[in-house]
Structures are given as C-alpha cells and as structure tokens.
Design a protein. Structure first.
Length: 387
C-alpha cells in the first residue's frame, strides 16, 4: 500500500510567521488573514497527539462529517430537480469506518466538535448509533466532544428525543421561507409543515440555541427576510441568514446579483432595532445582532448574518471536512482532496491516517478566493461536500 506520510506537519514558528506575512501582500481582503499565529503550537507529542494546523497558523477544532450525499429535498440553489448521480454505497464509508476516522480526529488530531451533515444526515440509517459512538470520545481538554447536526428538519421531530439521548448537543435546521407556496418552489417538495414541527420539537427538547439557516437569493426569498426573523424570534430560535455561495448549479450564482449581508441588514432594519451583540465571535461564521421588533418589543432576540462572500472569515476558520466517501477537504472551496478510504481499506494504521489528514490540512489556502480572477467552483456540489 502507498501512503504519503507527513511526519512533521508542525513547522518551526519562524516559517509559519513568514508564510503569514507573505500572504498579507498577495491577498485583497484582510479578513482572510489569521487573527493571530498561536504562540506555542504543540508539535506531535509522545502519545501521538497533535493538532491539525495549516501553514498560516490556523488550527482545526471543528470537523464536518458528511453522512450521505443523498437528500429528500431538491433546493434549487443546491440540486437539480432530478437529483444528482449518488455515490454507490460501496464507495461510501460504513458506520465502523466513519467512527474510526472520527476517533482518530478527536483522539489524535485535537478535534473538539463534530457536526454531522450531508446531503441530508437524517437519511443515514444508523445516525443514532454513530452519534452514540461519537459521544464516548473525550477531547484533548478531557471533555465530551460536542456533537451538532445540520439538517433540513424532515423527520427530526420524531427522532430528536433519541438523538439527544445518544449525545446530540446542538441542531441547525435549514428554512429559507415560511411561505408554503415559496417553500414548494424553493425545495420542489411540499414539506413545510414537517420542518416547522421539527423546529418546535427541537426547541422543546432544549437543544438551545436551536439555529435556523436561511440562504437568501435575489428575486426569490428576499421578501421572507423579515417574516422569517419574526417567526424565529417568536419561537426562541436563532435565525442566521447566509449569503449564497457559488456551490450549487453552475449557471445560478453571479457575484453582481447576490443578496449581500448589508442588504439583508438593511431589510431587517426596516422592522427591527439592531445592535451588534457583545459576545466575541471567535471562529463562528455568524456576526450576531440583538434585534428588537419596532412594533412589538416582546419579539426580541439574536439574529445572525453569515457574510461568507462579502466579508469572508477564512482567517478564523477552524474547520476540517470529511466527505461520505472518506475524503478530507481542508476548505469548502478546495479543488484538491485527500482520500483516506482506500488507505484505510488497504490496512493503513491510525497513525498513518492521521499523518495523511494532517498533511491535507497543512495545505489549506489562506482564503476561499471567490473574488480572485480565475476562481473556479469546486467539482463536488455542496451536497456531496457537506455544508
Ligand atoms: N440537508 C441539510 C440542510 O439542508 O441543512 C444539510 C446539508 S446542506 C448542504 C447544509 C447547508 O448548506 C444548508 O443550510 C443549506 O441551506 C446550505 N447551502 C446549500 N447550498 C448553499 C449555497 N450555494 N450557498 C450557501 N449555503 C448553501
Ligand atoms: Fe438537500 Fe440540504 Fe441541499 Fe436542500 S440544501 S437539497 S435539504 S442537501
């Protein structure tokens, strides 16, 4: 078997600082820059533990695990009506393989949070067992690994109690409109009621804060911005608006046409008094705002805006991604991937897999490059990467 080994993924501090300085002159947006290069990056330790660090000093603590590329909705910005060519089952990781790679990530590579996603992760048959297996792992800080789920919500109301019992801590539910007709044309399915019922179930289950993700598209659901915000605030859920990214059907996204974070804020400002929230943002993608309804002050709470395109937060990114066919991606927009599945099936040891993973993360670029001349969308669609 051939594996590429990266025995020393943590370079000397001087090399890291020089790498950071060199990108400062070659990129346009300072939000791409790491906020700080850690003072004392731990090198590989005697017990084999290390961290997933890249050449700009960012450390990955958050792993997105895609459990399937399949989905029961067909959101227009994500998939064509007929679906995609799904990965054959034999090419996807089985439960034991997923759990092995998660264990390596947590126990050997310093990952502290796992977010299950897809495709639609609730379609994964043994999701509850995978969560339960993950929940047994302790992080390098000696705490239970935090477990989150990003889902379209369909069927979550029936499963939430079991998933929580298995160890699920947080849930993000996607909802781009609360208008029944627009929901049908946006997702090509008549399932709005099921999602709303799952939001209620998640709030009642106490998975606080229940986060709602809404992608805003020009001429499609800008009119939903205020009604969605009122709905989520009145439910005690935290709505986050996401700028649409070039990750769906190729002809669809145009930089000049997208609805920007500023436009979303402007619309919200017509109905809400908004003040920036005080909490430090850290590696979180959403900038949070305190919102109070101007006509009914009882409707109040936090709203988030994820300005992935107009104010990228790549400099603070702490994510690594594992696709359902066992490939490591160091960025949503990466055009290269590091497959672990075949190495694993050919007998690679945990340390060899950890080396491959560390090497993949070391190569992470400073930013997603959406604004760069010659930017190319990744070949994999969002649903096969894991959003
Ligand atoms: N099926 C689950 C869901 O919809 O939540 C999980 C997978 S989905 C790919 C994850 C998130 O990515 C969703 O919140 C979805 O709205 C978002 N998403 C999909 N395509 C996107 C795009 N082109 N730009 C921004 N967000 C996108
Ligand atoms: Fe499915 Fe999520 Fe993509 Fe919608 S955004 S089609 S729910 S994977």
């Amino acid at each position: 078997m051939t594996t590429r080994l990266f025995l020393s993924p943590t370079p000397p501090r001087q090399e890291r600082e020089e790498a950071s300085k060199s990108i400062a002159t070659s990129i346009k947006h300072d939000a791409y820059l790491p906020r700080q290069v850690p003072e004392d990056l731990p090198a590989a330790q005697a017990d084999g533990r290390r961290v997933l660090v890249d050449r700009f000093g960012r450390i990955a603590r958050d792993l997105r695990v895609s459990l399937t590329d399949r989905c029961n909705l067909r959101c227009t910005y994500c998939m064509p009506a007929e679906g995609l060519e799904w990965l054959p089952t034999e090419q996807t990781l089985d439960d034991a393989e997923v759990l092995r790679l998660i264990r390596i990530a947590v126990v050997k590579l310093g990952i502290r949070q796992i977010r299950f996603t897809g495709g639609e992760p609730l379609l994964r048959k043994n999701l509850k067992d995978i969560i339960a297996g993950t929940a047994t792992l302790l992080t390098d800080e000696g705490e239970k690994v935090r477990i989150a789920l990003t889902t379209n919500g369909l069927g979550l109301d029936k499963k939430i109690a079991g998933l929580k019992e298995a160890g699920l801590d947080r849930v993000n539910i996607s909802l781009d409109t609360i208008d029944a007709q627009r929901y049908i044309s946006l997702t090509r399915r008549d399932r709005l009621f099921g999602v709303l019922s799952s939001i209620d179930a998640a709030v009642s289950a106490g998975l606080h804060p229940v986060k709602i993700n809404a992608v805003v598209m020009p001429g499609v659901n800008e009119v939903d911005i205020v009604p969605l915000a009122e709905y989520c605030l009145s439910k005690g859920a935290q709505l986050r608006f996401i700028e649409q990214m070039p990750l769906g059907p190729r002809e669809q996204w145009k930089r000049g046409d997208m609805v920007t974070a500023q436009e979303i804020l402007d619309r919200l400002g017509t109905q809400f008094d908004l003040t920036p929230a005080k909490e430090p943002r850290g590696a979180a993608p959403a900038a949070l705002w305190n919102a109070v309804d101007k006509t009914n002050p009882e409707i109040a709470g936090k709203l988030g805006i994820i300005a992935s395109v107009t104010h990228p937060f790549c400099g603070d990114c702490d994510r690594s991604r594992l696709t359902t066919d066992g490939t490591i991606r160091n960025c949503l927009f990466s055009r290269t991937e590091t497959p672990l599945r075949d190495a694993m099936r050919e007998g690679a040891s945990d340390d060899e897999l950890a080396d491959l993973w560390a090497g993949a993360m070391w190569e992470k670029k400073p930013g997603h490059g959406i604004d760069d001349e010659g930017f190319l969308q990744p070949d994999r669609p969002m649903s096969a990467i894991g959003g």
